[in-house]
Design a protein around this ligand. Structure first.
Ligand SMILES: [Zn+2]
Length: 134
């Protein structure tokens, strides 16, 4: 069958947690303050190696948006969503950008972030959860 055409990124990479397909670069993060149903999510100016699902208009916290789910081309799992259209002027900056759910991707620091977090050991108590910052 057809071979997947996968783009390889270099640098500080966010990749699919399941199959390690490269999805986005740290330097392309626009905002880390997004939320999804599953927790933290980051807005990226661009993502690669994703297929785009059906467009639909959703009412989100910040107003009406036309969005589409995005899926990893390597394993087909949903990794986030992309913004087609923002109805509110103040949200227009999101158009053409994509959100990756933090729980679906592995960050540049590897997987330890999630492992230690989930099991609750080796994690200093306190609020700082941006363990992948440096
Ligand atoms: Zn994948």
């Amino acid at each position: 069958m057809g071979r997947l055409f996968v783009v390889n990124l270099e640098g500080r990479i966010y990749s699919c947690k399941h199959c390690r397909t490269h999805l986005a670069l740290y330097e392309d993060i626009v905002s880390k303050s997004f939320q999804s149903r599953h927790g933290k999510a980051y807005l990226f100016s661009k993502v690669v190696n994703v297929s785009i699902g059906v467009k639909e208009t959703r009412m989100m916290m910040t107003g009406m948006h036309t969005v589409a789910d995005i899926f990893c081309v390597g394993c087909g799992s949903i990794v986030g969503w992309t913004y087609e259209t923002a109805f509110e002027k103040s949200q227009k900056y999101k158009e053409g950008k994509s959100v990756l759910e933090r729980s679906k991707v592995s960050g540049p620091g590897g997987t330890s972030y999630w492992v230690s977090h989930a099991h609750g050991h080796e994690t200093a108590h306190g609020g700082g959860s941006d363990a992948d910052e440096v």
